[in-house]
Design a protein around this ligand. Structure first.
Ligand SMILES: Cc1cc2nc3c(=O)[nH]c(=O)nc-3n(C[C@H](O)[C@H](O)[C@H](O)COP(=O)(O)O)c2cc1C
Length: 321
């Protein structure tokens, strides 16, 4: 078998297995996307594995000015989960476009820019620059729980989320716009619906769940910010339920837009659960820290599942009802 065909169209006993998906007009060769904040600028991972095999790569949260991120402890392990308080450390959008984007684009997969900010104006300025850049898609991050201003504050309320989505949509005319939802919103569906009505082309969920840890020896919270964001296997059943609820809700409203699911995906079975719950694609984050090859294994094993079950394309993957 030709190596380059491995993860796209493979012929299996005369059946063509097609792993590709279309997300808001952008074709991904398979549904596995490196999650925002867990792939760096791609330089380290590209030395470890063939990153051209990924469906897409989502960048770290990008803001207009460079940010140093949060002080103190930033990563804390918990049973089956990871707490992080990175605080959007990034080089700033102008520097990202000039110094990091050419390398990322060269890797091959579609590049999704995760747009973050601390004010509506900052998001808009960032969107203007990304709109003129070579990124393939913009993921509007209204769900970062680790910054004092902006971030998740935009994603908890339907009105605020819609106003920001509409403002970014107005200037983001060349790129598909996905909105990344917060699992911490009182009504994720209300926020999602408001974002779709304000012009989102797709939705992704979940960002990390607000959580905390206490250092009992020193009797103080582990994180300078007190709370942090929980990711990894611990959140998977909850995130999966949120994706399912969203998918059903959108269906009830007759809204047909792609949903990208994530939260605790470590293997192909986890990814298949999300695809069966209605996700068009998945993002994988924390699992890559444990095993940098997990995304490639997930792609291979989804393909094996399709071969075994005689499924020709991902649109056929759904729950038997
Ligand atoms: C260290 C770390 C940094 C992250 N940074 C970002 C970020 O900058 N922007 C964002 O939207 N999500 C960020 N996330 C959230 C992930 O993209 C993802 O939504 C979440 O971790 C759930 O997926 P997982 O369980 O596969 O990690 C980060 C997660 C981790 C663990």
């Amino acid at each position: 078998m030709n190596e380059n065909m491995m993860h796209e169209n493979t012929i299996h006993e005369n059946t063509i297995i097609d792993l590709s998906v279309n997300i808001a007009g952008i074709r991904l060769k398979n549904p596995v996307i490196a999650a925002s904040g867990t792939f760096g600028n791609g330089k380290e991972y590209s030395q470890i594995f063939d990153t051209s095999k990924l469906g897409a790569i989502c960048t770290i949260g990008l803001t207009m000015p460079p940010r140093d991120g949060n002080t103190g402890i930033r990563i804390w392990e918990t049973p089956s989960g990871l707490l992080n308080s990175i605080g959007l450390e990034n080089p700033g959008i102008p520097s990202f476009i000039e110094n990091d984007l050419p390398f990322l684009k060269n890797l091959g997969p579609a590049i999704i820019a995760n747009l973050s900010g601390s004010s509506s104006d900052e998001y808009i300025q960032g969107a203007i620059l990304l709109n003129e850049s070579s990124v393939d898609m913009v993921e509007l991050n209204i769900s970062c729980p680790n910054v004092r201003e902006g971030g998740m504050a935009f994603g908890l309320d339907a009105g605020t989320a819609a106003a920001l989505t509409a403002a970014v949509r107005r200037v983001c005319t060349n790129k598909p716009l996905i909105v990344k939802l917060s699992p911490n919103a009182p009504s994720i569906f209300a926020v999602a619906l408001a974002c779709v009505r304000a012009g989102a082309d797709g939705l992704s969920l979940v960002n990390t769940i607000r959580a905390m840890a206490i250092d009992t020896v020193n009797r103080k919270p582990v994180f300078d910010n007190i709370t942090a964001g929980l990711s990894g296997p611990a959140i998977k059943p909850i995130a999966l339920r949120m994706v399912w609820d969203l998918y059903k809700g959108l269906n009830d409203e007759n809204i047909k837009i792609p949903v990208i699911g994530m939260g605790g995906i470590s293997n192909a079975n986890d990814a298949l659960e999300y695809l069966m719950a209605g996700a068009s694609a998945v993002q994988v984050g924390t699992a890559s820290f444990l095993d940098p090859f997990s995304m490639l294994n997930i792609i291979d094993d989804i393909q094996s599942f399709m071969e075994t079950n005689n499924i020709q394309n991902l649109a056929e993957i759904s729950i038997r009802g």
